[in-house]
Design a protein around this ligand. Structure first.
Ligand SMILES: Cc1cc2nc3c(=O)[nH]c(=O)nc-3n(C[C@H](O)[C@H](O)[C@H](O)COP(=O)(O)O)c2cc1C
Length: 314
């Protein structure tokens, strides 16, 4: 299991808001300010460090923290972010921090920050006037904080985290996936388009990298016709944290023509009589899902010295 520590400093809350979102998406994770840091957090496997930019510098308490903790920090995979008004300047600061820490960060990102003038303390009120004059910006509130920007960066962090997983060899994972899919027959198919989302429990057949679904029709097709991207979950009931088994599949859906060879052969493999199905008074629609990626959480993988979560790209 890769746990993420999102360490930040923040004076007026923008960097804290970003840190909270990152921890939420990265989970298992904790976000904490440098003042709240506890020694046991050194055990976390992935570290994200964030600071606001004040007068073209990162926050001094964060720099001080990094300086004091550089020995263990440089042994960890680290990503860096800042919140700021001038992203180019922010990125320069992150590069300097990377150098100061003597690390190669997995990624770094300057995120739009907020400036709410009537929230500033007296000292900052004076300083901001000088700063805005210097960079030729008007003395007014600025809100460049954009939740979507933070969410998108959090997804990038999540992909770094997935790269850190202790993996089993590809064949073993693929075999485990196929065994699981073949020993179950019902999935939850998630489809969406625009503001319409739909979760459908449905029987499936797994055949050589594809999922086939047979359906009389329904609202899921309103989504599938307009957006082929799907997510499919197959899972067992929860019985305990040490017995988790479930997978999330990412894929693309398409319709299988009724008069095609593929349609007949899938029906045959389901033990259905093709002629009977074709003579039914209603259409039986077949959906084929091309599997792109499987994220398989299986507590048993831990017994083999690997992470419980394994990712396989088809
Ligand atoms: C006194 C002062 C100086 C600032 N200097 C800079 C700066 O040099 N570069 C920049 O991009 N943003 C600057 N900012 C904007 C802050 O980086 C931005 O408001 C940030 O989101 C604040 O983070 P926080 O809410 O977590 O404290 C400054 C803001 C203040 C109040």
């Amino acid at each position: 299991m890769i746990r993420t520590l999102v360490l930040y400093s923040s004076k007026y809350g923008s960097t804290k808001d970003a840190a909270r979102i990152m921890a939420l998406i990265m989970g298992p994770a904790i976000y904490c300010s440098v003042d709240e840091f506890k020694p046991e957090y050194r055990e976390f496997e992935f570290i994200v460090i964030g600071s606001p930019v004040y007068q073209e510098k990162l926050e001094p308490s964060l720099i001080e923290f990094v300086d004091k903790n550089r020995d263990w920090l440089k042994e960890k995979p680290v990503s860096l972010f800042c919140t700021c008004l001038d992203k180019n300047g922010g990125l320069d600061q992150l590069r300097s921090l990377e150098e100061f820490m003597n690390i190669k960060a997995l990624s770094m990102k300057a995120i739009g920050g907020r400036l709410i003038l009537d929230k500033l303390d007296e000292e900052d009120n004076v300083l901001i006037k000088e700063f805005l004059k210097l960079v030729k910006l008007p003395l007014e509130n600025m809100d460049f904080y954009n939740q979507e920007e933070v969410v998108n960066y959090s997804m990038k962090l999540k992909s770094h985290k997935d790269d850190l997983l202790v993996s089993l060899d590809e064949n073993t994972v693929k075999m485990a996936i196929e065994e699981f899919l073949k020993s179950h027959n019902t999935c939850t198919l998630a489809t969406c388009h625009s503001d319409r989302v739909r979760s459908t429990p449905i029987e499936y057949n797994y055949i050589e990298g594809f999922l086939y679904l047979l359906s009389e029709g329904g609202e899921k097709f309103a989504n599938l016709l307009l957006n082929k991207d799907v997510s499919v979950a197959v899972y067992e009931d929860y019985t305990g944290m040490n017995n988790l088994k479930g997978m999330q599949i990412t894929g693309h859906a398409s319709m299988v023509e009724e008069d095609s060879e593929e349609y007949s052969s899938v029906l045959k493999s389901k033990g259905l009589n093709v002629d009977v199905i074709r003579s039914m008074p209603i259409n039986m629609n077949m959906v084929k899902i091309v599997i792109e990626k499987v994220e398989f959480l299986n507590s048993k993988f831990k017994m083999e010295g690997a992470d419980a979560k394994q990712i396989y790209n088809y």
